[in-house]
Design a binder for this molecule. Structure first.
Ligand code: SF4
Length: 401
């Protein structure tokens, strides 16, 4: 099976392909990640390695010749998964277990993950029970980011991960292959970061959903193919400037492991906002930091792991010298954002623990923000719309004042 959007694109000469057609390919992969993985497997005969968010270095699995993909929350209602995980776990973990129970992960040859929260660990155990024939590789990541031993422990973790992957695949992953994959991944991150800059300056018009499709498809697709499409996309948008989008400039924050629902993002923009920046995992957080292309590859990954938390702080990590709230205020200043909407996945403990600090810092500075709790199950969009409209009115009045 091939993805429909890819077929449409392949049928056209490269120079005739436009922005919307490339976005359609990204959307197709982002909306049907497991179908994409199956299509890739049918085409290449390679192995697919799924991983959970948010700290998996896909470079290692790519260097081993597999397709690394970040496993995604499904839009489907949870059925079998109800009996396998507590209902007060976040939507991402419940959806993952549900997909495993429905045997939807059969395309995966292995699943790998570094722990970053208690719910993720519970989910992994439930998935192991459902998929006894799938290799589930766990690597412990140090969460304390500023101790003298942090770097060494991070190196050890990535060594363990690499060794386990090599054992599973039955072949060694060379440093040369790691360097090559690092270059490919960096190129991907750099292009998407450039799009972020262009969106911020108004040089490209990209809705929140479109930007999400770009990042989410990068988590799923073969990076070489994704880079090729991104190169075409960049060439098109640079050659075809569009009028700068108008609206109230907002920053979107939070939402760690799962992509925010399309209807929520569309609703925010339909109310008159434009999203000019974010620190979502399905956004800037995923592409914020490059990996060193020289030196020992595993050490470069450990450095990347630590630098990511300085680049975009994460409340699942502990670091005394970085502050998520200060980062957000600074990012908003650079983006000329007039307000921020915090998207918090229901029952996401790390986010719930940290949010009061963000709230306090924003109130102290007088920067308007709105908290929206999101659910895996259907959400009352009309009620949310009234809250967003009221929030935008407040932002407008503050700007006028
Ligand atoms: S960090 Fe939040 S969203 Fe991610 S698995 Fe943990 S509770 Fe769920």
């Amino acid at each position: 099976m091939r993805l429909l959007a890819t077929l449409v694109l392949e049928a056209k000469p490269e120079e005739d392909v436009n922005k919307q057609e490339i976005l359609a390919v990204f959307e197709d992969a982002a909306s049907r990640p497991l179908a994409y993985a199956q299509a890739w497997k049918d085409r290449t005969g390679g192995k697919v390695v799924g991983s959970f968010p948010m700290n998996f270095p896909g470079e290692i699995a790519h260097a081993a010749g597999t397709l690394p993909m970040i496993l995604q929350e499904s839009d489907d209602a949870i059925t079998l998964g109800h009996g396998l995980l507590f209902p007060f776990y976040c939507g991402y973990t419940r959806s993952m277990v549900d997909q495993a129970a429905r045997q939807e992960f059969n395309v995966l040859d292995a699943i790998m993950f570094g722990d970053h929260c208690v719910q993720l660990l519970g989910m992994a155990d439930a998935i192991r029970m459902q998929l006894p024939d799938t290799k589930v590789i766990f690597f412990q990541l140090i969460s304390s980011m500023c101790d003298p031993w942090t770097f060494g422990r991070a190196v050890e973790s990535f060594e363990v991960l690499k060794n386990e992957l090599e054992e599973f695949l039955g072949s060694k992953i060379s440093d040369e292959a790691m360097h090559e994959s690092t270059k490919i991944f960096n190129r991907n991150r750099q292009m998407i970061r450039k799009l972020y800059e262009m969106r911020k300056s108004g040089a490209v018009s990209l809705s929140a959903v479109e930007m999400q499709h770009i990042v989410k498809s990068s988590m799923i697709m073969d990076k070489v193919d994704h880079n090729k499409l991104l190169e075409q996309f960049m060439a098109y948008v640079e050659a075809n400037p569009e009028p700068e989008p108008k609206g109230i400039r907002l920053h979107l924050s939070g939402h760690f492991c799962q992509a925010p629902k399309r209807e929520v993002l569309d609703m925010i923009e339909d109310c008159g906002a434009i999203i000019v920046g974010d620190d979502l995992y399905h956004g800037f957080r995923y592409i914020s930091t490059d990996v060193d292309e020289a030196g020992k590859p595993v050490e470069a990954l450990a450095k990347w792991y630590m630098e990511r938390n300085t680049g975009v702080p994460c409340p699942t990590r502990v670091q005394n010298d970085v502050d998520w709230d200060s980062f957000l205020l600074k990012a908003m200043e650079q983006e000329k954002a007039a307000g921020m909407i915090v998207l918090m996945a229901k029952f996401c403990e790390p986010h719930m623990y940290y949010y009061p600090e963000v709230k306090e810092a924003f109130e102290k500075k007088g920067v308007p923000h709105l908290l929206i709790e999101t659910e895996h199950e259907s959400m009352a969009i009309e009620g949310l719309k009234t809250r967003v409209e009221t929030f935008l009115e407040i932002v407008k009045r503050r700007q006028a004042a």
